[in-house]
Design a protein around this ligand. Sequence first.
Ligand code: MN3
Length: 242
Amino acid sequence: MDKRTFIKSSFLGIAGVFTLGLSSKLKAAKSRKKWNGEFVLPELPYPYDALEPFFDSETMALHHSKHHAAYTNNFNAAVKAAGLTGKTAHEILSEISKYPAAIRNNGGGYLNHKMFWKMIAPATGKQPSKELVDALIRDFGSLDAFKEKFGAAARTVFGSGWAWLIVGEDKLKITSTSNQDSPIMDIATEKGVPLLCLDVWEHAYYLKYQNRRPEFIDAFWNVVNWDFVSDRYSKRKTTATT
Ligand code: MN3
């Protein structure tokens, strides 16, 4: 082998190794797309201070990085212990009557917060779509009457829980749940597809609003992500799959 051929073949050898390395990396990336059954704390679609002054930065940071993170970790542990790995959160919650309390509480906490973060967003002053407004007028009388009724449901949750706007079988409904229960659970008295929810656990508002839950509920209307909620209504989406 002369010097030139040697250099050429060495170069091809290096290029070959490089190409092989790249293609195995691509294969690995493709195989990663298959879900491994582990629930992951979702990133917030906005910074912690983006909902100021309505929802304060410190509450948002603790609520997401501590509370929601704990529900997520505990849900993973409970799912593993019960041998349910591979089922989606929606699948598990829709047959929650079969499972232990740790799955009900932490699975609800995991999925409720995952929905909640998407249903709120930095204030834009936007309103619901015409299609959704028409449905709210049909079922509650007016947009203001809907807000009043939803607010009343949120104010009157005794202790910890959530207020919900759901798509029921034939119309929109307002309901509330205790603890981390949700309208997608088979044990719910009012079942339906959630369009909008509000967390009224004290951890959601106490740092800024202390015992003034009604003020927190009033502030909530400024940060409702009506684009997302209207889109959910137009597609009648079921809840997130994981
Ligand atoms: Mn919470």
